[in-house]
Design a protein around this ligand. Structure first.
Ligand SMILES: CC(=O)[C@@H](O)[C@H](O)COP(=O)(O)O
Ligand SMILES: NCC(=O)COP(=O)(O)O
Length: 237
């Protein structure tokens, strides 16, 4: 079964645009879970452009499914995650000012750093995942970091899918097969959408979770949030 974790960053973007509390992020998380989503994801960036650090604390009591906090493990982020204790932390090698996530970890170069950070979160009882590309050498090195899971970075797949290139799925399928053989759980995310999610799901073995935000919230502007959540669940079933 592949769990749908809804990334609510873009709801926070809308909320912040007027400086108040509309739409209410906590209520949105409650409703999204009632609509059937199996997780809530947030990505508090250092500039708090959308999710604020306080949101991570405010959401903790209402996320009764799986709570996934994503980010670069800088000191403030590590402190936040260790205090909030979500179900899962997903480590992403983002720089402070980049527009969005655009690369996975170099698990070879950063092997010892990742080992230390992952050990700290695992010691706190938090499941770990690391954002990664499909390079098989990087997948192999991910296994020795001690991480519970990897999150396949799916932007390239989504871009190629839009161009009609269905062969772009092959590196992701190969990476998933290797990761499973190495004992790694498999998540995926970035630019997944109603258009591409079913094809992705059908071709990726052992897919435990997808985290989807930008497309899902954009699609909800036209089709409604509850309807879109259920459309994703149908495509993932
Ligand atoms: C790691 C990942 O792919 C998502 O967390 C994505 O980065 C969302 O971040 P933004 O909503 O800031 O684009
Ligand atoms: N980890 C991916 C995520 O949380 C959402 O990415 P996107 O769907 O906003 O591109």
């Amino acid at each position: 079964m592949t769990k749908l974790s809804v990334n609510i960053n873009k709801i926070a973007t809308l909320r912040n645009s007027r400086g108040g509390n509309v739409p209410n992020l906590v209520q949105a998380a409650v409703d999204i879970q009632e609509f059937g989503a199996e997780g809530i994801t947030i990505h508090p960036r250092p500039d708090e452009r959308h999710i604020k650090y306080q949101d991570a604390y405010d959401l903790k009591p209402v996320v009764t499914t799986e709570y996934n906090i994503e980010g670069n493990p800088i000191d403030n982020f590590k402190k936040l995650v260790l205090e909030v204790k979500p179900t899962q932390v997903t480590l992403v090698p983002d720089s402070v000012d980049q527009l969005t996530s655009n690369a996975g970890w170099d698990t070879i170069t950063h092997q010892s750093y990742l080992q230390d950070v992952i050990a700290e979160f695992k010691e706190a009882g938090i499941r770990t995942s690391i954002f990664i590309d499909t390079d098989l050498k990087l997948i192999e090195a991910a296994a020795t970091t001690g991480t519970d899971r990897i999150e396949l970075y799916t932007e390239h797949f989504a871009t190629e899918f839009d161009r009609g290139n269905r062969d772009a799925i092959k590196p992701y399928a190969e990476a998933a097969v290797l990761a499973h053989e190495l004992g790694l759980g498999i998540n995926a995310g970035h630019d997944l959408s109603l258009e591409n999610i079913q094809f992705f799901k059908q071709n990726i073995p052992h897919l435990a979770e997808v985290s989807i935000g930008h497309a899902l919230i954009s699609e909800s502007l036209y089709l409604g949030l509850q309807n879109v959540v259920n459309m994703y669940l149908d495509r993932l079933s």
